[in-house]
Structures are given as structure tokens and as C-alpha cells.
Design a protein around this ligand. Structure first.
Ligand SMILES: Cc1ncc(COP(=O)(O)O)c(C=O)c1O
Length: 449
């Protein structure tokens, strides 16, 4: 008998075959989940990663490169990201928290002369939000100044911010709460008037629009998160963006160990004077690759994460539309329930890519938030609190040097009575309808309907 010679595939052919099989694997493992039947208990997540074969194929493709650190996919991802947001510089990092740390730390750089943020400078922020919007202020030895937020809009009260300004105020660092843009016109006006830096935390607001422009393009520097709950995911991951070349230089340096050189990984002598200059007290011609001009970190993203991010970017416009549609579906369902709940209000002039649907139980609703969210949880419907509630009441912040403006009464109300439901693109109309039915069942059980 003749034996058939087995064709030996070369590396490129093997790669194509692996990619083909990976796409098939996706379909076998994740494709075609059946919809639950009407009347069945459902699991309604508040967030989750939404992906198809393209993310997994990219991830495998990148792992076959075995480049590992930032490479071709990092370039592809950041290029797509810059084009989408409309900014000149984007630096991929390993989380949204790292992005915030970098954005604020960059402004402590000597590159900004007398404008640099120095220990003891005050930074205006809010206490109703996520801890790592505020932590970089504390981590850099600056003083957070907490002002209250508006009920239903969940963003900073601009008049309180104005009153909070002292001769020590140097910056405003805020998140667009759950995707709802804060009052950018007024914040930027205040910043101009008092010569303040503005750091936009867009971790929950990728794709949100304010007066025709994307959030993240108003402040001096902006940040994004790609943790799975967010608008796109890379698992862990984040981005820092700016249009200012000096801020970009500082961000890159702090991200990349504090080094002065701006060569990409694997690149050499981009500046053309690698061995010809003198820095600090180093000898003339000391290799620029090993010159450190900042006390830096290493917060870079890997190329595998970027490969996922690149595939997610192609889905982003559709994701944003789905988030808006889900928000509208919740809005329609909650509208008749306004006597029990304060419903969310978009900032005037904005078109938010809502991270979530935030709701506050009214003081006289006849039930508490905990009773309500506990009931929903038992029915399979996930909710979340508005992150830290009132951050200044969290154990970690009790002893922190800070200034509080007013009594943060709206922030306290959020801590006690606010929760949010999901708007993520993986949510289905059936799940929203199921959740609304559970809400009515709860109100009936309380004799309120
Ligand atoms: C407003 C805000 N900022 C920062 C972060 C931190 O992002 P990451 O989880 O990627 O560190 C989050 C996280 O969810 C967030 O909601």
C-alpha cells in the first residue's frame, strides 16, 4: 500500500489554519445561546463582555506573534482609538485606574514649570463616584476638595465648585458619572478663569457626546477604562489621551519607567541623539535609552490586550447605540413609576453613551433601596450601587487630608438610595421586560400598585 505523504504546512499556513479553527471554536463554545422561554426566571447581568470570533482570533493571532509587549496590535488599537475620540495622542495602559494615576501624575512634571501640580495643591472633585478617580490626587500628595452633586444628574454642582476655589486650587478632576457628561461648558469656563487643569475621567463615558463633541476632548487630558463592564473591553486595560504634546511626553515618560527617551519597544535612536547629549549629572553621551527624567512606573498594556481592543473598536459605534436604546427602554418602563423613583436626567446639550441606568429611590417611596435591590437580586436581576456612595465615609478616606465643601447631602442621598441597572450591549429586550415585570411584582408585594 502507498502511504499518502502528509503536507507539511509552513508557519503562515499554520497560522491561517489556527485562526480558522479558532473562529470555529468560538461558534461551538459561545455561539447561539438559546433565549429563555417566557415566564422562566432569568439572569439579568448589569454588564458583561460582548465579543465574537474576531476578538478571539485577534488574541490568538497576537499570541502566535509572541511579541507580548506593545507591538503591531497596540499601534492598530491606539490608531483606531485616536480616530474615534478625535485626539492626537493616546497611550494604552493596564487599567482605567492606571490611566487616572498617569493623567494626574503627568501634570506634576517639571515640564510644566510653575504650572506643575505640587504637594499641597488642591484638586476639586466629587465624593459620589469611583475611588480611583480620586486616589491619584491623594497618591501625589495633593488635597482633594469634595463638592456635592446634582440629584438625578449625578454630576458636580458647578456653583459649589466655584465656591470651593481658593488660591491653592490647581485642577478639577471628575468622571462623567455613568456616561452622563458633566457640565463641560461651565467647568471649562471656570478652569480658564482660574487657570486650572481639567482631567476628564471618561472611564464610563466612551462615546458620550457633549454639544457635538466627544467627551475626553474638552479637558487637558482624559482617561478611559476597558475593564469588562465598560464600553469596550480588553480584560484589564485603559487609555490616556490628550492633544497637548507636552502632556503626551509626560504621560509616556511616567508610563514607561520615567524614562526620557520616547522610542517604542524594539525601536532605537528615534531622536537621533542617543549617544550625544548630557543629562543631569550623567557623563556626556550616556545612552538616552537609560536616562530617567521622571519618577515613573511601568503601566503599559500588552499586545494581546490591544489585539482584543482593536476588534472591540470595530463594534464600538454599535455598542454605543445599543446602550442608548437600552437606556430608552428602561426610561419607558420607569416613567410611570416616577412617584417612587428619581429618574436620570442627561446633562443639557449632551447625548450620553450611558454606562448604566441610575435610579434613586425617593425618601417617601414606601420601601428602601436595599429592600428593592435585594428583591431584584433574588429574582436574578443585578443592580449596583453608585460605586463608593459617599467616598469620604469610606474607611480608607476617613484619615485622608481633604476639604469638604458644604454638607454633601445629595451625595449622602446617593449613598443611601441610589442604584443602577445595566445598559450594556449584551442585554436583550426580553431581559429588560422581565426586569420591569419583577419591579411591578415588588411594588404589588408592598401594596403600592
Ligand atoms: C469612573 C471610573 N473611573 C475609573 C475606573 C477604574 O477603571 P479600572 O477598573 O479599569 O481600573 C472606573 C472603574 O470602573 C470607573 O468607573
Amino acid at each position: 500500500m502507498w502511504k499518502m505523504a502528509k503536507k507539511v504546512l509552513n508557519a503562515d499556513e499554520l497560522r491561517q489554519e489556527i485562526k480558522r479553527l479558532t473562529a470555529e471554536y468560538y461558534k461551538a463554545q459561545f455561539g447561539n445561546r438559546p433565549e429563555p422561554e417566557a415566564g422562566q426566571k432569568q439572569e439579568v447581568r448589569y454588564a458583561g463582555r460582548v465579543f465574537d470570533q474576531h476578538e478571539i482570533v485577534n488574541l490568538v493571532d497576537s499570541s502566535l506573534d509572541f511579541w507580548l509587549t506593545e507591538g503591531r496590535y497596540a499601534k492598530e488599537f491606539t490608531d483606531k482609538f485616536k480616530a474615534y475620540v478625535g485626539l492626537n495622542h493616546a497611550f494604552a495602559v493596564n487599567s482605567g485606574s492606571s490611566a487616572n494615576l498617569l493623567a494626574l501624575t503627568a501634570l506634576t512634571s517639571h515640564l510644566f514649570g510653575s504650572k506643575r501640580l505640587k504637594k499641597g495643591s488642591e484638586v476639586i472633585t466629587v465624593a459620589a463616584g469611583f475611588p480611583t478617580t480620586v486616589n491619584p490626587i491623594i497618591q501625589n500628595g495633593l488635597i482633594p476638595v469634595f463638592v456635592d452633586v446634582e440629584p438625578g444628574n449625578y454630576n458636580m454642582l458647578i456653583e459649589q465648585a466655584r465656591r470651593a476655589i481658593t488660591t491653592e486650587t490647581r485642577a478639577i478632576m471628575l468622571a462623567h458619572t455613568l456616561g452622563n457628561p458633566f457640565c463641560l461648558d461651565e467647568v471649562m469656563k471656570l478652569a480658564e478663569e482660574y487657570d486650572l487643569w481639567v482631567i476628564e475621567d471618561c472611564c464610563d463615558a466612551l462615546g458620550s457626546i457633549y454639544k457635538g463633541r466627544k467627551t475626553g476632548t474638552f479637558g487637558h487630558v482624559s482617561t478611559f477604562s476597558f475593564y469588562p463592564a465598560h464600553h469596550i473591553t480588553t480584560g484589564e486595560g485603559g487609555m490616556v489621551c490628550t492633544n497637548d504634546p507636552l502632556i503626551a511626553k509626560a504621560v509616556r515618560s511616567f508610563r514607561d519607567w520615567g524614562r526620557d527617551c520616547s522610542c517604542e519597544g524594539g525601536q532605537n535612536n528615534r531622536c537621533g541623539c542617543r549617544y550625544t547629549k548630557q543629562y543631569g549629572e550623567l557623563p556626556l553621551g550616556y545612552d538616552h535609552k537609560y536616562v530617567y527624567s521622571h519618577i515613573g512606573y511601568n503601566l503599559k498594556m500588552t499586545d494581546m490586550q490591544a489585539a482584543i481592543g482593536s476588534a472591540q473598536m470595530d463594534k464600538l459605534p454599535d455598542f454605543v447605540e445599543k446602550r442608548k436604546a437600552h437606556f430608552r427602554a428602561w426610561e419607558k418602563g420607569f416613567k410611570p413609576l416616577e412617584k417612587f423613583f428619581i429618574l436620570p436626567v442627561a446633562e443639557p446639550g449632551s447625548d450620553p453613551a450611558w454606562f448604566a441606568y441610575p435610579v434613586t429611590v425617593r425618601e417617601n417611596a414606601g420601601f428602601t433601596r436595599t429592600e428593592f435591590t435585594d428583591y431584584l437580586s433574588r429574582m436574578g436581576v443585578e443592580t449596583r450601587n453608585l460605586f463608593a456612595g459617599n467616598m469620604v465615609k469610606q474607611p480608607a478616606y476617613l484619615q485622608v487630608e481633604k476639604r469638604i465643601v458644604g454638607n454633601l447631602e445629595n451625595t449622602d442621598a446617593i449613598m443611601e438610595r441610589t442604584f443602577f441597572l445595566g445598559t450594556y450591549p449584551g442585554l436583550t429586550d426580553g431581559q429588560i421586560e422581565y426586569s420591569l415585570n419583577q419591579i411591578h411584582a415588588f411594588l404589588k408585594s408592598k401594596g403600592l400598585e
